[in-house]
Design a protein around this ligand. Structure first.
Ligand SMILES: NC(=O)c1ccc[n+]([C@@H]2O[C@H](COP(=O)([O-])OP(=O)(O)OC[C@H]3O[C@@H](n4cnc5c(N)ncnc54)[C@H](O)[C@@H]3O)[C@@H](O)[C@H]2O)c1
Length: 446
């Protein structure tokens, strides 16, 4: 059965289904459709389904090529979206791309994953290959996906259907580019399944495809994101130390990275997005109940979660230096997406910052050119501001000056939480990781 499936994959005759048409599923569906496959996308949100079927891209922000590709594959009849999972009944390969968040206690919330797998199991035909692309805690394929699919379908894995896990490595702003150019870990329940999966991904990925087992694929994905989180936390902790003792983390980082084998990351206002704040918890979850001390990853999460609160403290201190109380101050927050030039606001560090400032009695005005809710004129946000806080490195904020004609208050306090160089020369200016009064050396900074 698998050899036949592989043949139909290579001949582009295999019919594909993608469940979940969000930041990941939509570009995946478009990429396979563009490479010649017939693709059906299943999505719970009816308005998104309608938009896609009308050839309109529901993802905003700067996403090179996606809107054009979507319009092209929909017009060519190679991609259609539906809310009805029974449309998966004739699909040879089904890719699952639903969200996998964690709750307040950092426990994975698999209602979307379970719901998607149950509907896939009920609809799929004998011989189908199901690939979970969502990021999941190590062990989830074995303990959740496999039993659920077997139960819902009445089929046995490796006989009646095939199962694998191929986690995504895309990133908003580079969805299509990463899909094509970043290598993938291709985990199959058997080596034969992994081989068929490699044949499939070869059609859209021009980088290494590393076949392996499902547990390894789950571990690789959660480890690589925990690695990033821990390294960002390190940079953030150094930034806090530098600020406290009058150092300059930006200068320190440049020089540290001249030492062989060092690659210190950039500090900042915190870590957001759907993935990095929660994937480390998926890794930690796998170790729950096991006799292994897990200390570093939770500590890194605490450091990164603390950064927006630190930025709040910077604002309060800077206002105090200007003789202003935070209560009643008008504060412009620039940037609400979690990432530069993106519209993605999930787990954005700007949210706790804004909440805290409001709780302290400030009048907060948010601006973000990529987030519809906050995309009004920048001048309106700046008008009369007592403080301006730069939270996101959007291109639109590069080179921004706060001259009086910008509309900002006459001497606004500036807090630059991303070191874009905002407010250089302003009477009261703070940059993350730079002690108060430390001026950047020539060539440092933004
Ligand atoms: N966003 C990223 O940059 C990124 C990168 C790599 C991996 N991932 C992982 O990919 C997965 C998806 O992330 P995302 O950012 O695309 O999430 P998303 O929220 O943008 O998209 C998920 C979509 O699935 C839909 N959905 C949920 N349950 C469904 C069901 N039963 N049937 C049909 N549709 C359903 C939702 O309505 C939503 O549109 C997550 O596990 C995430 O960790 C995300």
């Amino acid at each position: 059965m698998l050899t036949q499936l592989e043949r139909s994959i290579l001949a582009k005759e295999a019919r594909l289904g993608v469940v979940g048409l969000g930041y990941v599923g939509l570009p995946v569906a478009c990429s396979f459709a563009a490479s010649g496959y017939d693709v059906v996308g299943i999505e719970l949100r009816p308005e998104r389904v309608a938009q896609i079927n009308a050839g309109i891209c529901p993802i905003q922000g700067h996403e090179p090529g996606l809107a054009e590709l979507l319009a092209e594959v929909v017009a060519a009849g190679r991609l259609r979206a539906s809310t009805d999972a029974s449309d998966l009944g004739d699909r040879d390969v089904i890719l699952v791309n639903v969200e996998t968040p964690v709750d307040e206690e950092h426990v994975p919330q698999y209602h979307a994953l379970r719901g998607a797998l149950a509907s896939v199991g009920r609809a799929m035909r004998r011989g189908a290959l199901v690939i979970v692309e969502s990021t999941i805690a190590p062990g989830t394929m074995r303990d959740v996906a496999l039993p659920l699919l077997q139960q819902a379908s009445g089929l046995t894995v490796n006989e009646g259907f095939f199962l694998g896990h191929c986690p995504e490595r895309v990133m908003p702003g580079r969805l299509l580019q990463n899909l094509r150019s970043v290598s993938r870990t291709v985990g199959g329940m058997t080596p034969e399944t992994a081989r068929a999966m490699v044949a499939l991904y070869r059609q859209i990925v021009a980088a290494d495809l590393d076949p392996t087992d499902c547990l390894t694929a789950e571990l690789v994905k959660t480890v690589e994101n925990a690695y990033r989180d821990v390294n960002i936390a390190f940079a953030n902790e150094v930034a806090l130390i530098c600020e406290a003792i009058g150092g300059d983390v930006w200068k320190v980082r440049d020089l540290v990275n001249k030492s062989p084998g060092r690659n210190m990351l950039l500090p900042g206002a915190g870590v957001g997005g759907h993935c990095i704040p929660k994937d480390p918890w998926l890794l930690v979850h796998a170790a729950r109940g096991k006799d292994v001390p897990v200390r570093l990853v939770p500590a890194a999460r605490a450091v990164n979660d603390g950064m927006p609160h630190h930025v709040t403290d910077m604002v309060v201190d800077a206002l105090a230096e200007a003789g202003l109380a935070v209560a009643g101050a008008r504060i412009a927050v620039l940037g609400y997406a979690y990432l530069e030039n993106s519209d993605d606001t999930r787990n954005t560090p700007s949210e706790p910052l804004v909440q805290r400032l409001r709780a302290l009695g400030a009048e907060v005005v948010v601006h973000d050119p990529h987030v519809a809710e906050y995309a009004g004129p920048l001048d309106d946000a700046l008008r009369g501001a007592d403080a301006v806080v730069l939270m996101v490195r959007h291109d639109a904020y590069q080179g921004l000056t706060l001259a009086p004609e910008s509309g900002a208050g006459s001497r606004p306090v500036i807090v630059d939480a991303r070191n874009v160089g905002l407010g250089a020369g302003a009477p009261i200016q703070r940059t993350i990781g730079r002690g108060a009064g430390v001026t950047p050396a020539a060539g440092d900074g933004a």
